[in-house]
Design a protein around this ligand. Structure first.
Ligand code: SAM
Length: 248
């Protein structure tokens, strides 16, 4: 590493200015999953930025925290980032939460994190609930290496994204809506092969939580008879490379 790159790195580590941005994960279903630290930080910050203030107000009320909360969602994040960075630079301590899970994971957060880092504001994402990790571990597929694909595009670019994953050897994780699951399973079955194994985790941490595992063929059959409901994570086993002499 050049001495110049080193000095930039030192600056990044040492010269934090202003207040602090916390990304606070919130439960994906079961309210018991909030961490002690998340509760403390939500109680300490100057204000909370929330994807939906009605949802966050319910959570804050449940935690007996009285705190001003303001909207921060996909429709206003672009034009509010600058103002928020100014408030952080002026010393505000701010918590960003989403409706459920970890902010920034298929939810708003990335823009504000990037802008804060560029402005040398300290950023701290607390560990906590997110849907992808329990779904991955519940699948029983290798979880030493995995790829998170989030939501697939609905139309444009969908086939391209799927084709890019054709020979992906790592376990793949997708977020999916219940009314699109069957279509996705059929599409993946055609592309990856009906024998490829997958796992569907539904309503994680909630009363009707379940994980259904099987080949795409089994899963298509199952969800045709039992239309899926609730929130869903689809996990697909990676491609197992055959040895050359097995191919012949
Ligand atoms: N930020 C969240 C996280 O950290 O997981 C994800 C937010 S994204 C807008 C919502 C999607 O996450 C849902 O459509 C579903 O795919 C997944 N999800 C969230 N909660 C879930 C749950 N309890 N069970 C299964 N999937 C869930």
């Amino acid at each position: 590493m050049s001495p110049f790159a080193g000095s930039v790195l030192m600056k990044t580590i040492n010269n934090k200015i202003g207040g602090k941005l916390y990304l606070v994960p919130t439960p994906i279903g079961n309210l018991e999953d909030i961490t002690h630290r998340a509760v403390r930080i939500l109680g300490e910050v100057d204000f909370v930025l929330a994807e939906d203030t009605r949802t966050s107000n319910k959570l804050l009320k449940h935690l007996e925290i009285s705190k001003p909360s303001y909207s921060y969602h996909v429709f206003n994040e672009h034009h509010t980032v600058e103002k928020l960075v100014s408030q952080l630079l002026a010393g505000s301590r701010v918590a960003l939460i989403s409706d459920a899970g970890t902010p920034g994971i298929s939810d708003p957060g990335f823009l504000l994190v990037r802008a804060s880092i560029e402005a040398r504001i300290e950023v701290d994402c607390l560990p906590g609930p997110t849907a992808l990790i329990p779904a991955l571990v519940n699948s029983g597929f290798p979880c030493d290496r995995f790829v998170f694909e989030g939501f697939l595009p609905h139309k444009k670019g969908r086939q391209t994204r799927l084709k890019e994953l054709l020979s992906e050897p790592r376990t793949m994780i997708f977020y999916e809506s219940p009314h699109r699951l069957l279509k996705t399973l059929i599409q993946m079955s055609e592309l990856f092969g009906k024998e490829r194994e997958a796992s569907v985790s539904r309503e994680l941490s909630k009363i009707h939580e379940e994980t259904i595992r099987g080949s795409f063929e089994n899963l298509v059959e199952y969800f045709t008879v039992n239309p899926p409901k609730g929130e869903i994570v689809l996990v697909v086993k990676g491609e197992i490379k055959r040895k050359k002499n097995q191919d012949s």
